[in-house]
Write a protein that binds this ligand. Structure first.
Ligand code: ATP
Length: 328
């Protein structure tokens, strides 16, 4: 099946000043996003995520490598119309109202005025801006701007939605909205690329992730493949324990709490919890629960980036002809 987005051997460097050495933001990044999946692009600050996204959206030309959207160069007009993009720091024409803004961005994406007018009220309502539809964007808060950006990126019903830090500045309701919108897009068979530092949400929403570190891919896989399936600890909750067993449990637990006849204890590793639960049964106690706890994506990610050795500086990239068309 054809990939929705494919990035191959991408390199991009910047010269921050005339006499300053070039910064190699992206150093040979490759990945492919399949139709209908929610794909996470992860990495620490400065890892190269936004640069990669800017090339994928046709806003930047790479020094080398290529990026294609539905088989077409990412900068090309057909590819751009298949793409909905919410940048990390969106810029809007401040004098416009959301209703007018949707007319402008919708037309840029090839929609006619009637279609835009028909879709806009429901979309502005969906992102919580119905009451602000005729106020100027100039006075909008960070979260309201983000909500408008979401509406603008969804208006033309794109096949691929790229969201760069979409949760920034949003209140809890707004964060929930973004998550619901992503799930809805998936249900409609569309593809989503999500770049976010909120890894609990990435873990909840994404099928597959790629981790960038200093401009290179250091891990790629499904969440299940990347996170160990073995529990790293167990929480046991039991009642009516013989005193000797209660003392044994307390002695082996990393944390133990007693409230009346109920004892709650946490055990490190994947064996002690089940073993002691079996003892509770054998010795006539009442096992209320035995809950495994697995490493979260956030814990896995922090462990991964701490273990990554600093990368040796590589020679500045030559500048072969770019394979992606010029950006807007
Ligand atoms: P964050 O999570 O902080 O947004 P990121 O992973 O998106 O980071 P990028 O914005 O892609 O990282 O930046 C990668 C590197 O490239 C950084 O060292 C950054 O300073 C540098 N860089 C990016 N854009 C430019 C630019 N226009 N000029 C000079 N350096 C740049």
């Amino acid at each position: 099946m054809e990939c929705v987005l494919e990035v191959a051997g991408l390199r991009k460097s910047f010269r921050p000043g005339l006499l300053k050495p070039r910064i190699e933001a992206v150093r040979g990044v490759s990945f492919a996003v399949a139709p209908g999946e929610c794909f996470g692009l992860l990495g620490q600050n400065g890892a190269g995520k936004t640069t990669t996204i800017k090339v994928a959206t046709g806003l930047l030309r790479p020094d080398a490598g290529r990026a294609t959207l539905l088989g077409r160069p990412c900068g090309d007009a057909t590819a751009r119309r298949a793409l909905g993009f919410l940048p990390e720091n969106p810029y809007f024409h401040e004098h416009l109202t959301p209703r007018e803004g949707l007319q402008v961005y919708g037309r840029l994406n090839g929609l006619d005025a009637a279609t835009i007018a028909a879709r806009s009220p429901a979309l502005l309502g969906r992102v919580g801006l119905a009451d602000a539809a005729d106020r100027r964007l100039k006075g909008f808060s960070k979260g309201m701007r983000q909500r408008f950006g979401l509406a603008a990126s969804l208006l033309h019903e794109p096949e691929l939605l790229i969201l760069d830090e979409p949760l920034t500045g949003l209140d809890p309701g707004g964060r929930m909205l973004v998550k619901e919108l992503i799930v809805e897009q998936r249900q409609l068979g569309r593809t989503v690329v999500l770049c976010s530092h909120v890894l609990a949400d990435v873990e909840e929403l994404c099928d597959r992730v790629v981790v960038l570190h200093r401009g290179q891919v250091v891990r790629e896989g499904t969440i299940t493949e990347l996170l160990s399936s073995a529990p790293r600890s167990y929480e046991l909750c039991a009642q009516d324990l013989p005193a000797a067993l209660a003392a044994r449990i307390a002695a082996q637990a990393v944390r133990c709490h007693r409230a009346g006849e109920t004892l709650t204890a946490r055990f490190a590793g994947d064996r002690l919890g089940p073993e002691l639960a079996a003892e509770v049964h054998r010795e006539g106690g009442r096992l209320l629960s035995l809950t495994p706890e697995r490493e979260s994506l956030e814990e896995w990610f922090v462990r991964l980036v701490r273990s990554e050795a600093p990368v040796e500086p590589s020679p500045p990239a030559a500048a072969p002809p770019a394979l992606v068309e010029a950006g807007r």
